[in-house]
Design a protein around this ligand. Structure first.
Ligand code: NAD
Ligand code: UGA
Length: 458
């Protein structure tokens, strides 16, 4: 039996380690965090994150070979393998502010590991880190006079929120990077063995430490780039009466392009895409590659343009003013099937609508609590309404910004009847049946498709 520790009980630590624990009953897993409320929630019946299928796995393993604790020091001392999944946000001060990775949480963890260790250990970077962070981690850890040796591995996480359980149960690949030394390779093999309990060997790939660290940033940059690419085309579609869904389908059938990640919408959100691209941009600038940096930065610029284009379209369609108009925002989460609102386009749209002095009502099946928290002071100016029918009651417009499937099941005749006329619907995710909405009487504004409006005829 090995004591396996995970430092950081956030989305990554909290959704991956229980799955590893469920496959490896021979090992003992502890997830620690400095956030007491978060640990208390992991120990309760209402887990702090909403992730389909996760409750069942946590309830099955918790108290058997999976434990949650705030006693970081004690569990470091006992562990043989330590996963580090603390947050690595964008630095908001000093050099690199707004772009570079803020590594303070990560470095504190490295020092804490060193202070509390009495045996040699494998330390696994699970957080997303700038390439060559492992080198700094090795230097801190191996600068000890206790005669201890630490092998640092990189094992980036590729799960997407909302499908975390599925992604972890059946991953496309597990990536493990390590040093090409004898002890480095032995550490890599130990981690490979752990994953091989349920992941086919051919899907576990091993690389050097730097390739693994960099691959994670590059994977997110490529995924986000596809979304910005199709979103840029959505703007052109709206000018030319081409349909972005038809274009995406047509190009996606080319195997070289592929069909995934070509859904045009109000923009990408989530805690990582923007952050990781900006970290990549900063790294390129740091290494004297300004052209490469500018190339990737454009992916983020295009995303911001798409969010603001959506709001501009609302204002111009609604006779150039939305001041004092009630607008029902359908969705707050950055995508469906998660309660996460970090960097959510829904909240960006919300902020812009408030700037236009609109009266905003937010409805979301799971993310209202986080939305309220993320919006801070602005939340006082917003109505949070769990029932979408009540949210739309008396509204001039609906802006659908998260693709919850429940929104597509709503009775839009009933909703239309209770709205101010002319009633507008802006479908920021192309989720709804636009022709049907038009027949009901709505003026419909999809993304990357011609609007369906009754206004010209009047
Ligand atoms: P998160 O903010 O949800 O969780 C991080 C946790 O670490 C927090 O609960 C925080 O209290 C804790 N923490 C910070 N410093 C600590 C310390 N010294 N000791 C103990 N706990 C400490 O973040 P997350 O979404 O889980 O992301 C973690 C990392 O994984 C980031 O680098 C992120 O880029 C990466 N990642 C995230 C996702 C995702 O879907 N969210 C997917 C892949 C990779
Ligand atoms: C993303 C990656 O998909 C994961 O592989 C990665 O591990 C993770 O980031 C991370 O490093 O944090 P996630 O942010 O959870 O996962 O969700 P995605 O499904 O990638 O969606 C991100 C955003 O892009 C959402 O706002 C979504 O609505 C949007 N999106 C996605 C589109 O607008 N169009 C698409 O075709 C796909």
């Amino acid at each position: 039996m090995t004591n396996i520790l995970c430092i950081g009980a956030g989305y990554v630590g909290g959704s991956t380690i229980p799955i590893v624990a469920s496959h490896c009953p021979q090992h003992r897993f502890v997830i620690v965090d400095i956030n007491e409320a978060r640990i208390a929630a992991w120990q309760s019946d209402k887990l702090p994150i909403y992730e389909p299928g996760l409750d069942e796995i946590v309830f099955k393993t918790r108290g058997k070979n999976l434990f949650f604790s705030t006693d970081v020091d004690k569990h470091i001392a006992e562990a043989g393998i330590i996963f580090v999944s603390v947050n690595t946000p964008t630095k908001m001060f000093g050099q690199g502010a707004g772009k570079a990775a803020d590594l303070q949480y990560w470095e504190k963890t490295a020092r804490q590991i060193l202070e509390n260790s009495t045996t040699s250990k494998i330390v696994v970077e699970k957080s997303t880190l700038p390439v060559r962070t492992g080198e700094a981690m090795e230097r801190i850890l191996n600068s000890n006079s206790k005669g201890l040796h630490f092998d640092v591995l990189s094992n980036p996480e590729f799960l997407a929120e909302g499908t975390a359980v599925r992604d972890m149960e059946n991953p496309d690949r597990i990536l493990i990077g390590g040093r090409e030394t004898e002890s480095g390779q032995k550490a890599v093999e130990t981690l490979v063995e752990l994953y091989a309990t349920w992941v086919p060997r051919e899907r576990i790939i091993t690389t050097n430490l730097w390739s693994s660290e960099l691959s994670k940033l590059v994977a997110n940059a490529f995924l986000a780039q596809r979304i910005s690419s199709i979103n840029s085309i959505s703007a052109l579609c709206e000018k030319t009466e081409a349909d972005v869904n038809e274009v995406a389908h047509a190009i996606g059938l080319d195997n070289r392009i592929g069909k995934y990640f070509l859904r045009s919408g109000v923009g990408f959100g989530g805690s990582c895409f923007k952050k990781d691209i900006l970290h990549l941009v900063y790294l390129c600038e740091h290494y004297g590659l300004p052209e490469v940096a500018a190339y990737w930065e454009q992916v983020v610029t295009m995303n911001e343009y798409q969010e603001m284009r959506f709001v501009s379209k609302m204002v111009s369609a609604m006779f150039n003013t939305i001041a004092g108009k009630r607008i029902a925002l359908f969705g707050a989460a950055f995508k469906a099937n998660t309660n996460d609102t970090r960097e959510s386009p829904a909240l960006e749209v919300c902020r812009a609508l408030l700037e236009e002095h609109a009266e905003v009502v937010i409805t979301d099946p799971h993310a209202m609590e986080n939305a309220r928290y993320d919006l801070g002071e602005l939340a006082k100016r917003i109505t949070f309404e769990p029932d979408p029918y009540a949210a739309a009651n008396g509204a001039h417009a609906i802006a659908l910004v998260t693709e919850w499937s429940q929104f597509a099941q709503l009775d839009f005749e009933k909703i239309h009847a209770a709205m101010v006329k002319p009633a507008f619907i802006f479908d920021g995710r192309n989720l709804l049946d636009h022709n049907k909405l038009y027949e009901v009487g709505f003026n419909v504004y999809p993304i990357g498709k011609p609007a369906l409006t009754h206004l010209h005829a009047q």
